[in-house]
Write a protein that binds this ligand. Structure first.
Ligand SMILES: Cc1ncc(C[n+]2csc(CCOP(=O)(O)OP(=O)(O)O)c2C)c(N)n1
Ligand SMILES: [Mg+2]
Length: 560
């Protein structure tokens, strides 16, 4: 008879899961051994939120549920940030934690804490199987819930005695039907609105990626000649150099949209929540009279922050295919509006270029302009947060579907390195570049070791301004220029840290060093840390955040 660990591993393999992200602990020894015996890939990491971030990224990259496995107690508590990050990003993470034996529950056993209760607020579903025999069904249910509708994280706590005990193999229950059969989608009203609009705009979000709608999206815009803005996992689904792609939909990174959105008369929003990123659909970004059509798979999103003219609850790909069909066979003629949108895009790009100066330490805009010229176009990006990173996101184009990983709405800085580990594992033959700040890098610094041990030749670019730059800017604003508190760091040599772990790296300070450094990095064949000495400069992102706060705080003299 198989033990619970073997049942768990067989159930995972039946679900198509062949990779486990983990950090070892006493509760996991049987299940890790069983996984290794069955040839599963084990990615052993250095911090449990590194583990859950990487598994989240693996799920995003593959568009299917992925598995993290951590030990109970502190392994579980450490993993929660990554779980919450996945949940808010709509990523189907199956986060499994071991725990003390079930027989010791509630008796002051070592590392005993309410794991399921702790996870419940940040997952779609959390449970603890009551017996070894229940393990396979529990894992199957976890997979289904994570993957259904708008995807998200789920949690299982599995006590170690359940992994150890034996139980008869239970046959897999028949697979549930693959989604609801889609009824015909009626798009006549949406198409009538789009046809009659003078200044329509299409905003596409992660739903495009999850529903495999990249081709459907391209065909739809090529039929209708609508200008397209992308955000989150939709970045790169239609490459930024496509004539109808206008770049980021994020007003904090693409100031062209400030004018475009205020002038537009109709918005088609597909697979994107009208959330904080889009000013909650409010007057800061959208005119009151503009009309909205929204397509989302998750019913509560529809009309949440903005009244809709047409609401479509559907998978993004099916909706875009139906829209293309309803648009008729003839290509819609290009409009003067399209020329205006393109001109505004060029203006914004010129503004970004003009921000760069030739002083030292390097201005982040100058560095990214140099990087843009020196990087091969086929690179895949894992982005962190912070001002340095935001300059990069504004300046570098997205070229590859699934090749633009971000933090998600939880804004968990530091996750770029664990995310890059998953990205490079998924694409061993592609260049993966992680872009981070010196502050953010510190959270999961030891994952450099994970990258070295797993032979992942990630290029890790750290913008080193010796501080928590973005927060320095926000704090300075909040206190009207008082000396900042808790914002300074040392100008540490992160390239030497990478070398200590067995990778390579160098520090650069000037623009003429960028290209030769990249050549050395890409020839190295090991993880490479490019520690770039930069000036902390407030990014357009932070300017936009600050502009949104003006009027919220009293001025120091009591005036508003
Ligand atoms: C886990 C976490 N802790 C704190 C923050 C708040 N935060 C946002 S940006 C930032 C500063 C980032 O500094 P750094 O990585 O050095 O980037 P820089 O802005 O200096 O370029 C901080 C602390 C956060 N978003 N996530
Ligand atoms: Mg910094």
């Amino acid at each position: 008879m198989p033990n619970g660990a073997e049942l768990f591993v067989e159930a995972a393999l039946e679900l198509g899961i062949d990779t486990i992200f983990t950090l070892v602990g006493d509760h996991l020894n049987e299940v890790l051994a069983a996984a290794a015996r069955r040839g599963m890939r084990i990615v052993d990491m250095r911090h449990e939120s590194g583990v859950t971030h990487a598994a989240d990224a693996w799920a995003r990259v593959h568009r299917r549920p992925a598995l993290s496995l951590v030990t109970g107690g502190p392994g579980h508590t450490n993993s929660l940030t990554g779980i919450a990050t996945a949940m808010l990003a709509g990523s189907p993470l199956i986060a499994v934690s071991g725990s003390r034996p079930s027989t010791l529950a509630g008796r002051q056993a070592f590392q005993d804490i309410d794991q399921v209760g702790m996870a419940r607020p940040v997952v779609k579903w959390a449970a603890e199987p009551a017996s070894t025999a229940e393990i396979p069904a529990c894992l199957r249910k976890a997979y289904e819930v994570a993957d259904a509708g708008r995807k998200g994280a789920v949690h299982l706590t599995i006590p170690v005695d359940l992994f150890v005990a034996q139980a008869p193999e239970t046959p897999a229950s028949p697979a549930p039907p693959a989604g609801r059969p889609a009824g015909p989608l009626h798009m006549g009203a949406a198409i009538d609105l789009l046809r009659s609009a003078a200044r329509p705009v299409l905003i596409a979000g992660s739903g495009i990626w999850w529903s495999r709608a990249e081709d459907a999206l391209r065909r739809f815009i090529e039929r209708t000649n609508l200008p397209l803005y992308t955000i989150t996992m939709a970045r790169g689904t239609v490459a930024d150099d496509h004539p109808l792609a206008m770049g980021y939909a994020d007003p904090a990174l693409n100031y062209a949209v400030h004018t475009v959105f205020r002038e537009a008369d109709l918005f088609l929003v597909v697979g994107k929540r009208i959330d904080y990123r889009l000013a909650l659909g409010g007057a800061r970004l959208f005119p009151a009279e503009a009309r909205f059509i929204q397509v989302d798979i998750h019913p509560p999103e529809l009309g949440l922050n903005r009244p809709l003219e047409v609401a479509v609850c559907a998978d993004a790909r099916l909706a875009l295919e139906a829209l293309t069909e309803a648009a008729g066979p003839a290509v819609w003629p290009p409009t003067p509006w399209l020329d205006r949108v393109r001109a505004l895009r060029r203006e914004w790009e010129a503004q970004l270029a003009a921000a760069a100066d030739a002083e030292l330490p390097l201005h982040p805009a100058a560095f990214f302009a140099g990087l843009k010229q020196a990087l091969p176009p086929a690179v895949l990006y894992s982005w962190d947060g912070g001002d340095f990173t935001h300059w990069g996101r504004a300046i570098l184009p997205a070229h590859h579907a699934g090749g633009w990983l971000r933090l998600g709405p939880l804004g968990t800085i530091g996750s770029a390195l664990p995310n890059a580990i998953a990205l490079q594992l998924a694409y061993p033959d592609r260049r993966v570049v992680a872009i981070t700040g010196d502050g953010a890098l510190g959270f999961y610094l030891a994952e450099m070791d994970t990258a070295v041990r797993h032979r992942l030749p990630i290029l890790l670019i750290v913008g080193n301004d010796a501080g928590w730059g973005l927060e320095r800017e926000l704090q300075s604003f909040a206190t009207s220029g008082e000396p900042t508190v808790a914002c300074e760091l040392q100008a540490s040599r992160y390239d030497l840290v990478m070398q200590a772990f067995g990778g390579r790296g160098e520090t650069i300070e000037r623009l003429d060093q960028v290209r030769p450094a990249l050549e050395r990095a890409f020839a190295a064949g090991v993880p490479y840390c490019l520690n770039v000495t930069i000036r902390g400069v407030r990014s357009p992102f932070t300017d936009w955040q600050i502009a949104g706060k003006v009027g919220l705080r009293p001025a120091p003299n009591g005036k508003r």
